[in-house]
Design a protein around this ligand. Structure first.
Ligand code: SAM
Length: 286
């Protein structure tokens, strides 16, 4: 019989000993045994069943071939919540927590001022943004969440059910702002912002496995952000005093600032940095 310790050693020998590889091995072992990782370390000599060992080795092989660990186990943590993910959606990234935090701040300011804001998330993917906002702020009676991918919306629907917000998150299918049925106070979006000129710097884990519809946006990654900003400015979908919060690529601030000066000079635009010091969040107020 094989022990936890033997599988952990085998996993790290194959995947490597850096922090991410160790984490991947632990996540895979947790997944196949249903046992939390601290137990592996507390009882390293405990044995796994033959089925668990075979399942672990099969997943390890797929991980070695490049499949991201979140797709192998079918879920990923975001803002302290567990979300279902599969190849139909982008895997949630920690930097998107910055957007959620900033959106919650704006929502709570509005609520404190006696206004119940209408919130919409565009390009919602697995639904991490609207689901987290709905869970964190139960005073919001409803939110909109849209995506052009019907497949992604199916995953979002499962996540709404999983977190008991299916009655409050209204899923809409369509291009950018087109499906929104009313004007909104707060618009959030983590749209694709990778340029086709950046393909070479993407890891194969990302390029070969994550949906390209969720990654790419024209030659410099800015096509959808430009389209969204123009649509928001022209189509009166935003209410007076509305706030737009957009996750952006780490080198896109300057270009977006210049673009907005041309197309939307009246808007007040600020940026927030991520923990690595990059401008990753654009906040626009009208
Ligand atoms: C970068 S992913 C982000 C997903 C999710 N919001 C997150 O933060 O993990 C971008 C999402 O935008 C969607 N998308 C791409 N083009 C779109 C469009 N024209 N209109 C609406 N959604 C679009 C993709 O299907 C994908 O789900």
């Amino acid at each position: 019989m094989t022990t936890f310790k033997e599988l952990l050693v085998k996993g790290t020998q194959q995947l490597g000993e850096d922090r991410n590889a160790c984490l991947d091995v632990q996540v895979l072992l947790e997944h196949v045994t249903g046992i939390e990782r601290f137990v592996f370390y507390a009882y390293p000599e405990s044995e796994v069943t033959i089925e668990q060992e075979q399942h672990f080795l099969a997943l390890l092989k797929r991980r070695l071939q490049g499949t991201p660990v979140a797709y192998l186990v079918g879920h990923k943590e975001f803002y302290g919540l567990d979300f279902l993910v599969d190849k139909r959606v982008l895997i949630p990234r920690p930097e998107t927590e910055l957007l959620v935090e900033a959106a919650l701040e704006v929502i709570r300011c509005r609520l404190a001022a006696g206004q119940v804001p209408i919130v919409a998330d565009v390009g919602t993917g697995s639904g991490i943004i609207p689901v987290t906002l709905a869970v964190e702020e139960p005073r919001l009676p409803y939110l909109y969440a849209s995506d052009i991918s019907a497949d992604a919306l199916e995953v979002a629907r499962l996540n709404c059910l999983r977190h008991h917000v299916a009655q409050r998150v209204r899923l809409l299918h369509g291009d950018l702002l087109a499906p929104l049925p009313e004007r909104v106070d707060i618009l959030t979006a983590n749209l694709p912002y990778v340029g086709s000129n950046e393909i070479d710097i993407l890891t194969t884990d990302v390029y070969d496995y994550e949906p390209h519809l969720a990654l790419f946006s024209g030659p410099h990654g800015l096509d959808l952000l430009h389209r969204l900003l123009i649509a928001a400015q022209q189509f009166v979908i935003l209410k007076e005093g509305a706030v737009v919060l957009l996750e952006i690529g780490y080198q896109q601030r300057e270009e977006l600032e210049q673009f907005l000066q041309q197309v939307w000079p009246q808007a007040t635009v600020t940026f927030k940095k991520d923990y690595a010091g990059w401008d990753r969040l654009l906040l626009l107020q009208i």
